[in-house]
Design a protein around this ligand. Sequence first.
Ligand code: ZN
Ligand code: FE
Length: 656
Amino acid sequence: MNDPSDRRFHYPFINCTNCGPRFSIIESLPYDRPNTSMKIFEMCDECKAEYENPLDRRFHAQPIACPKCGPHVEFLDTQEGKKILGEEPINATADRIREGKIVALKGLGGFQLIVDARDNEAVNRLRDRKHRDEKPFALMFPSIESIKEICDLSGLEKRLLLSPESPIVLLKKKMNIEYGIAESVAPDNPYLGIMLPYTPLHHLLLNELNFPIVATSGNISEEPMCIDEEEAFEKLGGIADYFLIHNRPIVRQVDDSIVRIVLDREMVLRRARGYAPLPITLSESEDNEKSILAVGGHLKNNIALKIGSNVFVSQYIGDLSTESAYKTFVKVIDDFKTLYNSEPSEVVSDMHPAYLSTNYAKSITDNHRSVQHHYAHIASCRTENQVTGTALGVAWDGTGFGLDGTIWGGEFFISDENTFSHVAQFRQFQLPGGEKAIKESRRSAIGILYELYGAEIFNDVLLFEEMNFNDNELEIIKSMLDKNINSPRTSSAGRLFDAVSSLLGISHCSNYEGQSAMKLEFAVDKNESGKYHFELKENGKFIIDWQAMIESIIDDRKNGVDVTKISTKFHNTLSEIILNISEILSEEKVVLSGGCFQNIYLTEKTVELLENKNHKVYVHQRIPPNDGGIALGQIAAADIKYSEFDLSSIKSYQNY
Ligand code: ZN
Ligand code: FE
């Protein structure tokens, strides 16, 4: 690409058999040129000769192209109609980005919105127009060297950045240096999501700029990325000042994947480009010809299709709340059925009666099953790690529909290949306002306090002043709790994180999913080893009572103990709870899944404690611990049966 004598010098679509697009251009299998979106470009004689020569590096490289016969880029000014400008498109794009403008770039798996990452004003303009308050933006850096200037890179992080998958890697910023990156890229966040250029087009642009850019999904808030020009002009026209487009059609949207290093291994948090739809192989016992479709959950949705012993897990689709995400969800299901030429005989969904995915599953088949959300988390982690025999599963997340109709999220199971039992959960509390509590951690805090002290908490004027409720809201919340209206009970560990974040004054509301809990994690001080007390009670299963812990947290804060200390002691207590239950139940193998285990400190601490007591611990790597793992788990657990757990088999346990 950089050889001036080569006929593909600076050609943005140069590729060979080892690189170039694949999943984003395949229309049907087998992977042959006529079955790709490259079929509209007729090869020139030179390209054809390379394509047909077994000794050439481009032998049967399906996207083979050159400036003469292949796709090309265009630069458009959308402020004054859709005018194609005469300038060289990539230079023109670079010029406008240097001027602080926002450019929508048609990339590999969809549009990206690009802006100078050093320009606070420009990044804020992108935030305003995209209606995205604080959720971090992904960055693309020109080189490994430029990343090293602001982040300490481990060998593994460097390898991941340079890997063929080239995902966004969450990297910790160096302490006490000038970053040169606008604060508004990732406000109050010690991590940056960084990737390297991964297509020739990105390489050319970054070579030209030689500074980091924001490269975020081209969409409106949480909708799937735009993939074609017409849609992009309509939806992104109000966000981008200019468009850099090309005429190679994108067959399906594929977002940039996100990974982070946990326990010195890769953990995929958003599984898309480079990872999807590579299959996960089931163990032999599940290797049968039955074809099963799993429709996933609601947030961070993806789907999965089992064919024989392979489960093809789709790319990240997103939150099904928007019409456009739901349409994409239906499209991806049809797409997978066509692509793999398979009509599933069974469809599996979540148990939540109101999930759109559940209702869709019911509407397309008579052979519908459902798998409990948290057990699906455990099944996905078991499958990914090929765990066999009995194991304790710990599923901690924000929300999921429980077997008893309450909201679960802090659950323990004992399971093997055929059955699962619910053995423990957190003491439940009310969530005033239900769904609203997901965005407002202060509501979880009130729910916890109300559970402990009842209505008298509403006399604590100072507390609510800090939480910044207005009187009217407080009246409503109080009456919801008193009358038990729209205040579902939950055992969610995620909401417990939220509650503590709010009780410590760290975060009362979230601008995006999980923000309050993340801020609590960011406050951790690894040198603090203290922990709080908790109690185990029995009620057909173990109930983990956090009362002593919450009371100590409130006391500590009143006594002026540093919030970083309190946050760490809270995390340590949660790890201790998992160790304690594992020991009581004498389970050697422990499987950790659910969105809470995206928290590095919680995961690493828990694994350390368990391994010190000779437990074997399994965590996610290539499948996300969050709801992006649900579809795989639904397939793995489609046939599993529930069995009651007999507490009397536990001889003794003590409280901590
Ligand atoms: Zn050619
Ligand atoms: Fe979940």
